[in-house]
Design a binder for this molecule. Structure first.
Ligand code: ZN
Length: 682
C-alpha cells in the first residue's frame, strides 16, 4: 500500500524543515535546484540522494545493478495501463525527435505537452484521475507529421501503412468516447468493460469474478494473490490467464530484469538479501504465485540490509477489481538518523493497539513485526515514476502481514524535495482561515505530517484483525478506500495523543492541531483542485480523505465542531473544538475497523458513496478559481538521478557516480532508447 502526498501539491507549503533527514539535507544542498519544469497540471522536480557517496563500494555496486533492473520494466507499465500506450508513445516520440517542420507552431507545441503528459502518466490517461487526456493538436497535423518523418522510426506493425497506423490509434487518442477512463469505479457499471486498463481482454466483470471466485478456497489460510501477475483473456470462448514471466507475456522485459538481478545477487550485502533476490528471480522465471509469497516472506524478514528494493507486480489500484498488480520499482537505502523516529513508534506498537478506540474483538492480541524506517530513494521506476508515493507498506497479502508483519517506509529525500520546492508558493495564505492556523502550520505541520505518515504506515495498516472466516476481499471495489481510511484515522487519532509528547516525538499538545487543520482543509476543500469540473472523486486516497473529512463535518455539525465559513466571499474551514474532533476521528475509526473486520460490504458502500465520491459543485468551482490564481501545478513528479559505473581496465566497477543534471524530456528519451524492452504490441 502507498501513502501519497496528503495535501495536493499544496502540500507542504510554507513549512520549515525540521525533520531529521530534512535538516540534514538542507545543510548539504543549499544551492540545489529542486524544480525542473512545469506544464499542464504537472510540475517536475528533482531529488537528491544524500549519503550515497558515503556508502561502501559494494553497496554502490548493488544499487547500480538494482537501478538498472528498476528501469528495465518501464514498458510493462505502459502496456498494463492500456493496450495502445506503447504504440502511441513511440509514434509521438518519433515525431518529437524527427519532425523537421516548424517546432514553434501551436500544433507541435500541443503535441509536445501531450507527449510529456503521456510520459508522466505512463499512458494516455491521467495518472491520478484516470480520465483520458484531451489532445490540443489536430488529427490532420499529427497525420502529416507522421508522414513527414522517416518511417523506420515509426511503430508500424508488419506490412502496416502510416494511414493504417492512424486508423489504429487516432480514435484512441482523439475520440472522447473510446477508452475514456483507465480505471472506472462507477457503481453499477461493468467495471472491466468500461475500464481501458489492459488487465483483461474479452471478458466481462461477471466472468472475471466467477473465474477468480472459483479459485478461492475459503478454508485456505494462506491463499496466493490470485490473478496478481497475469492478463485474463477469452480466446476461442475459453477464459485463461496469460502470465507475466520469462518466456510468457512481457517476457522480453522480464528477462532483462532478471539479468540485472543476477548481477545484484552476486554483491548482496547479506546471505538473507541474496536469498531474497534469488527468490525474486525464481518468481520472474516461473510466474508461480506461491514462489512470490515465499519471496515476500524472505523480503519482509530481511531487516538488516542497509540497501533495499521493490521490483515487481505490487499494487492493485490500477485494476478496477483490485486483483492485478502494476509493475513498479524502487531502490533505496536506510536513512539511519531519521529512522530513529519510526523505531520509537514501532517499539510501542502494542501500546497503540491496546489503547485504540476500536472494539476489542477487532484488535490484535499481539501486533507482530511492525518494522519501520526512513529511506533515501536512489531511483524510482514503473508505477512509482515520475509520480511517486512518499510512504510504502508491503507486502500486501493479508496472511503474510498478520503472520510475518510488514515493512513500512517513509521516503525522506522525496518528502524533503516536496517541501523545498513548495516553499513560499502562497497556497496556505490563500486557503488557511487565519494567522492562528497559519502560524501553527508554519511551526508544526512538517513534523506532524511526517508523524502522521509514520503512524499511517507503521501502525495503521498493520493494526486490527479480520474476524475468523471473513473474506479479505469482502469489501470489493470499496476495499482500498476503506483500508486507506482506516490507516489515516489511526494516524489522526494518535497524532493528538499525549503519548507522542511523552515519547519525545512531539514538543507539546498544540502541534497536532496543525495536522488536524491541514487534513480537514484538504479533505473538505483543497484536494478538489485535482478534480476536473463536473467529475466526482475516484482515486482511493482522495476518497478516503473526503470520507473522513465529510463524516466528521456532518457528525459534529450540531456542536459546530467543524464549520465552513464565508469571509469576503471565500470559504474557509474553521475548527472550533479540537478535542471533540479527535473523539469523532475515534468514533469513525471504530466503525471503519468494524466494517473491515466483519466484511460489511453494505456499510462500506454506504460510507463511500455517501461521503467520499460526490463533490459540491459550487465549492468545487470556488476552490478551482482561487487555486488557478496561484498558478501552481496540482501534481508533482520527479526526474531520477543518473548513475554511471566507473570501471577499471578489466571491466570491474571501481566507483558509481551520481549526477542530477538531466532534464525531463532528455531523461524520457534516454529511457525510451536504452530501456525499450517490449514490442509495440503485446
Ligand atoms: Zn496507506
Amino acid at each position: 500500500m502507498k501513502k501519497q502526498i496528503i495535501v495536493a501539491a499544496a502540500a507542504l507549503t510554507m513549512l520549515t524543515a525540521c525533520g531529521g533527514s530534512a535538516t540534514q539535507a538542507t545543510k548539504e544542498t543549499d544551492k540545489f535546484d529542486y524544480t525542473v519544469e512545469q506544464f499542464a497540471d504537472l510540475q517536475i522536480l528533482r531529488y537528491r540522494v544524500p549519503g550515497f557517496e558515503e556508502l561502501s563500494l559494494q553497496q554502490k555496486e548493488l544499487i547500480y545493478y538494482l537501478t538498472e533492473a528498476a528501469l528495465q520494466g518501464r514498458d510493462i507499465l505502459f502496456d498494463q495501463n492500456g493496450k495502445y500506450n506503447l504504440v502511441i508513445r513511440r509514434a509521438l516520440e518519433a515525431v518529437y525527435t524527427g519532425y523537421k517542420g516548424d517546432r514553434d507552431n501551436a500544433d507541435f507545441q500541443a503535441l509536445e505537452v501531450y507527449l510529456k503528459r503521456v510520459w508522466f502518466s505512463n499512458g494516455i490517461h491521467h495518472h491520478y484521475g484516470s480520465e483520458k487526456f484531451v489532445p490540443g493538436f489536430s488529427q490532420e497535423f499529427f497525420r502529416q507529421a507522421l508522414q513527414s518523418i522517416d518511417a523506420s522510426a515509426l511503430p508500424l506493425a508488419e506490412g502496416e501503412t502510416i494511414d493504417q497506423l492512424c486508423d489504429e490509434i487516432f480514435p484512441v487518442i482523439f475520440d472522447p468516447k473510446v477508452m475514456p477512463k483507465r480505471v472506472n469505479q462507477a457503481d453499477g457499471q461493468d467495471l472491466i468493460l468500461t475500464s481501458a486498463c489492459n488487465y483483461y481482454d474479452g471478458v466481462t466483470q461477471e466472468e472475471a469474478e466467477a473465474f477468480y471466485g472459483a479459485m478461492k478456497d475459503p478454508k485456505d489460510e494462506t491463499p496466493v494473490s490470485y490473478g496478481l501477475n497475469s492478463r485474463l483473456v477469452k480466446e476461442n470462448g475459453k477464459i485463461e490467464e496469460k502470465v507475466w514471466k520469462a518466456g510468457g507475456l512481457y517476457g522480453s522485459a522480464i528477462e532483462k530484469i532478471i539479468y540485472w538481478l543476477k548481477k545484484a545477487e552476486q554483491v548482496a550485502e547479506t546471505p538473507e538479501q541474496k536469498a531474497v533476490i534469488g527468490k525474486l528471480i525464481a518468481f520472474y522465471e516461473t510466474g508461480d504465485l506461491k514462489t512470490f509469497d515465499e519471496y515476500a516472506i524472505l523480503w519482509v524478514k530481511d531487516l538488516n540490509s542497509r540497501v533495499d528494493f521493490v521490483n515487481g507486480f505490487t499494487e492493485t489500484y490500477g485494476d478496477p477489481l483490485g486483483l492485478k498488480a502494476s509493475w513498479e520499482a524502487l531502490v533505496n537505502f536506510k536513512d539511519l538518523e531519521a529512522t530513529h523516529r519510526t523505531e520509537v513508534i514501532s517499539g510501542n506498537a502494542q501500546w497503540f493497539e491496546d489503547h485504540s478506540p476500536v472494539d476489542k474483538r477487532f484488535k490484535k492480541e499481539q501486533v507482530k513485526g511492525v518494522s519501520a524506517k526512513v529511506i533515501t530513494a536512489a531511483i524510482l521506476g514503473g508505477d512509482l515514476y515520475p509520480s511517486t508515493a512518499i510512504g510504502i507498506n508491503l507486502p500486501n497479502a493479508n496472511w503474510i502481514r498478520s503472520t510475518y508483519g510488514s515493512k513500512s517506509v517513509t521516503i525522506g529525500n522525496i518528502t524533503d524535495a516536496y517541501n523545498k520546492a513548495a516553499h513560499g508558493n502562497g497556497f496556505n495564505e490563500e486557503f488557511v482561515y487565519s494567522d492562528v492556523e497559519l502560524k501553527r502550520i508554519d511551526r508544526y505541520a512538517d513534523l506532524t505530517d511526517n508523524l502522521h505518515t509514520d503512524l499511517h504506515e507503521c501502525l495503521g495498516h498493520g493494526s486490527g484483525k479480520l474476524l475468523p472466516g471473513v473474506d479479505p476481499d469482502a469489501l470489493k471495489a470499496y476495499g482500498s478506500t476503506i483500508e486507506e481510511a482506516r490507516a489515516d484515522l489511526f494516524g489522526l487519532y494518535y497524532v493528538a495523543d499525549p503519548k507522542l509528547v511523552e515519547l519525545g516525538l512531539l514538543p507539546d499538545m498544540e502541534a497536532y492541531k496543525a495536522q488536524y487543520y491541514t487534513y480537514l482543509m484538504n479533505g473538505l476543500m483543497t484536494q478538489l483542485v485535482r478534480i476536473e469540473p463536473g467529475n466526482s472523486i475516484e482515486e482511493a486516497h482522495m476518497r478516503n480523505r473526503q470520507l473522513i473529512a465529510r463524516w466528521v463535518y456532518e457528525k459534529g455539525a450540531a456542536d459546530k465542531v467543524v464549520e465552513l465559513v464565508k469571509k469576503e466571499g471565500k470559504t474557509y474551514v474553521v475548527i472550533n473544538d479540537y478535542g471533540k474532533l479527535r473523539a469523532l476521528f475515534g468514533d469513525l475509526l471504530a466503525e471503519i475497523q468494524r466494517v473491515k473486520s466483519t466484511g460489511d460490504f453494505a456499510a462500506a458502500r454506504d460510507l463511500v458513496e455517501n461521503y467520499a465520491v460526490k463533490v459540491d459543485p459550487a465549492l468545487h468551482a470556488e476552490v478551482l478559481e482561487r487555486y488557478k490564481k496561484l498558478n501552481l501545478a496540482p501534481y508533482k513528479g520527479f526526474v531520477n538521478p543518473k548513475y554511471e559505473a566507473v570501471t577499471d581496465s578489466e571491466g570491474r566497477i571501481t566507483d558509481v557516480k551520481v549526477s542530477y543534471e538531466e532534464g525531463y524530456a532528455e531523461q524520457m528519451l534516454r529511457y525510451a532508447k536504452d530501456y525499450s524492452t517490449l514490442p509495440d504490441r503485446n
